[in-house]
Design a protein around this ligand. Structure first.
Ligand code: MV4
Length: 505
C-alpha cells in the first residue's frame, strides 16, 4: 500500500526529521501539536496540523484516542511515532491496526516481546544469542527466589525491571546483605514508573562498553544490519555523544559481522519488521551480550545514516508500504566516521541542571561534513514539559580524527543565546586525551571526566561583555540590511517572512 498522507505523532527534531523524509517521498504530512507547540517547527513543516491538547504529554502526545481520531479525520493512512511518547507502546500499534492505520514500526507482538525484558532475554537465549548470565525464564520471581538466584550468579550484580529499559528501576548490588533492600527499592521504583514491580537479575559486566546494532527488516523476511554505534559516552543513562563506527570495533570487520549477525538473529527471533536497535554490552575481551532491543527509531540514528549512506527514516516508510529492502547485507559498508553531540538545554557547570526559557538566538553551524537536526529556532521557547534536547550536531569525516576536528569547528560556530547549553561539555570532551584515544567505557563521564578545570577559568569580564554586546548589536543592524533572494514565485520575501513569523506557517 502506498501512502498519500502520513501523520507524525511526535514533536521537535524527530518530527521534523520524519516530515522531511515524507516530503522527499512525495507523501503529504499531518502534524499534531500541544498548546505550547503551536508555533513549533514541526507544525510549519507539515502540510496540515491539528491541536491535540494541553502541554503535559499525558494530555496530548500520549493520547492514543485523539491521535487516531486526527489520523482518520485528516485521511492519513499511516502513523509514524518517532521516538519516545508512543513509539514503543504495543497497545497503540495494535489500536492503529484495528483502526485501519499502518503503524510505521514493528508489530504489536514484536514490541510486546521485546518490551518485557525478561521475555526478551528468554527469547534471545532460546534463539542462541548470548545474554548476560542471570535469572532465566519468563515468569515472575519472588524475593526468596531472587535471593537464591543471586547466590548462584555472584556479585556484583544488577537488579533490573522487566518492564524497564534504559536503566530505569535498575540497582547495582555488591553483596548479599544489600539484596533485600535493593529488591524492595527496585520494585517500588518500577511499580511507580511502569505499574509493574517484576524484576530480574544479571551479573554485572564491568568495564563494559555500550554498543548497539542498527537493523532493518522488511515484510518479506529480509533482515540486514547497518553496523554498530558506540554509545558509552553518557551520564545517568542519558547519552551525550554517539559515534559510528565504534573505536572498539574499528576495522575488526569479523567482529562487526559477528555482532551484526546477532542483531539479525535477534530481529528474526521475534519476526521483527522495520528499523530496530539491538543493545549490547561488550567487555574488554570483545565478549558481547544481548541487553535489550529498542523497537523504535533511535535518537542517534543519523551517525549510522552518514557512514552507511542509508536514509533510515526513508526506509522505514518504504518498509511500512510493503516494499522489499532495495539492498542486501553485501551492499552495506561503513565508510568514514560520524559523531553526534546531543546539544541539550542544561548547564554543564551546574550539574547539568535543565535550563528553560526563550532561545533568543540559534545560529547553527554548517559547512563540509556538518548536519544539524533540530526543532529549535531563534525566538522559540524551551519548556520544562518535554525533553531538553536543542539539537543533534552530527559531523562526518573520512577518519575519526577528521570527524573530531570538524565537530570542534562546528561547536565553535554554534551560538545559542537565552538558555544554557552543554556545548562547553562537548568542547571539553573533544579535547580529552582519554576520549581521543578511545579509552573509555560507560562510567567515563561520571567517574573519569570533570568540567572543573574549565569552570575555574570562567571569571566574569563586564567590560568585554559590554564590547561584545555592542558588536553583536552592530552586526544585527548590518544583517537586517541584507535581503534574501526571492524564490521566483512572485511572493515578496518580506511577505513570506512576515507570514512565517506571525502565522507560524
Ligand atoms: C548492564 C551493565 C552491566 N552489566 N547490565 C544501562 C542501561 C540499560 N540499557 C542497561 N544498562 C546496563 N546494563 C549488566 N549486566 C551496564 C549498564 C550500563 C550502565 C550501568 C551503570 C551505570 C551506567 C551505565 C551506562 C550504560 C550501561
Amino acid at each position: 500500500m502506498t501512502f498519500s498522507k502520513v501523520l507524525v505523532a511526535n514533536r521537535g527534531e524527530i518530527a521534523v526529521r520524519v516530515l522531511r523524509a515524507c516530503r522527499e517521498l512525495g507523501v503529504e504530512t499531518v502534524a499534531v501539536y500541544s498548546d505550547v507547540d503551536r508555533k513549533s517547527l514541526h507544525v510549519r513543516f507539515a502540510d496540515e496540523a491539528y491541536p491535540i491538547g494541553p502541554a503535559p504529554s499525558a494530555q496530548s502526545y500520549l493520547r492514543m484516542d485523539t491521535l487516531i481520531e486526527v489520523a482518520k479525520k485528516s485521511g492519513a493512512q499511516a502513523v509514524h511515532p518517532g521516538y519516545g511518547f508512543l513509539s514503543e507502546n504495543a497497545d497503540f500499534a495494535q489500536m492503529c491496526a484495528e483502526e485501519g492505520l499502518v503503524f510505521i514500526g514493528p508489530s504489536p507482538d514484536a514490541i510486546r516481546r521485546m518490551g518485557d525484558k525478561g521475555v526478551a532475554r528468554a527469547t534471545m537465549k532460546a534463539a542462541g544469542v548470548s545474554v548476560v548470565p542471570g535469572t532465566e525464564g519468563e515468569h515472575q520471581l519472588r524475593d526468596e527466589q531472587l535471593l537464591a538466584e543471586a547466590e548462584k550468579i555472584g556479585f556484583p550484580l544488577l537488579i533490573k525491571a522487566t518492564a524497564g529499559g534504559g536503566g530505569k528501576g535498575m540497582r547495582t548490588v555488591s553483596a548479599m546483605e544489600e539484596m533485600p533492600s535493593a529488591i524492595q527499592s527496585a520494585r517500588r521504583e518500577s511499580k511507580a514508573a511502569f505499574g509493574d514491580d517484576n524484576v530480574y537479575l544479571e551479573k554485572m559486566i564491568e568495564k563494559a562498553r555500550h554498543i548497539e546494532i542498527q537493523v532493518l527488516a522488511d515484510q518479506h523476511g529480509n533482515v540486514i544490519h547497518l553496523g554498530e554505534r558506540e554509545c558509552s559516552i553518557q551520564r545517568r543513562h542519558q547519552k551525550l555523544l554517539e559515534e559510528a563506527p565504534s573505536v572498539f570495533v574499528m576495522d575488526d570487520e569479523a567482529f562487526r559481522q559477528r555482532m551484526g549477525a546477532v542483531g539479525v538473529l535477534a530481529a528474526k527471533a521475534v519476526g521483527y519488521v522495520n528499523a530496530g536497535t539491538v543493545e549490547c554490552l561488550v567487555d574488554e575481551n570483545k565478549n558481547f551480550y544481548f541487553l535489550e532491543m529498542n523497537t523504535r527509531l533511535q535518537v542517534e540514528h543519523p551517525v549510522t545514516e552518514l557512514v552507511t549512506g542509508v536514509d533510515i527514516v526513508f526506509q522505514q516508510i518504504r518498509i511500512a508500504q510493503g516494499y522489499p529492502l532495495p539492498f542486501g547485507q553485501e551492499d552495506i559498508r561503513m565508510r568514514g566516521w560520524a559523531i553526534e553531540c546531543r546539544i541539550n538545554a542544561e548547564d554543564p557547570f551546574n550539574q547539568f541542571f535543565p535550563s528553560t526559557g526563550v532561545v533568543s538566538e540559534h545560529d547553527v553551524p554548517t559547512g563540509p561534513g556538518v548536519r544539524v537536526d533540530t526543532g529549535v529556532f531563534g525566538g522559540c521557547t524551551i519548556t520544562p514539559h518535554y525533553d531538553p534536547m536543542i539539537s543533534k550536531l552530527i559531523c562526518y569525516g573520512e577518519t575519526r580524527d577528521q570527524a573530531v576536528r570538524r565537530m570542534r569547528r562546528a561547536l565553535a560556530e554554534y551560538h545559542i543565546l537565552g538558555v544554557a547549553s552543554n556545548i562547553p561539555f562537548h568542547q571539553t570532551l573533544l579535547q580529552d586525551a582519554r576520549f581521543l584515544a578511545g579509552d573509555f567505557d560507560t562510567r567515563f563521564v561520571e567517574n573519569q571526566f570533570s568540567m572543573e578545570s574549565v569552570a575555574g577559568d570562567l571569571e566574569t569580564h563586564p567590560e568585554i561583555a559590554a564590547i561584545l554586546a555592542t558588536l553583536v548589536a552592530h552586526q544585527e543592524t548590518e544583517r537586517s540590511a541584507h535581503i534574501e533572494r526571492d524564490c521566483g514565485d512572485g511572493t515578496s520575501n518580506w511577505k513570506r517572512k512576515g507570514r512565517w513569523k506571525q502565522m507560524g506557517r
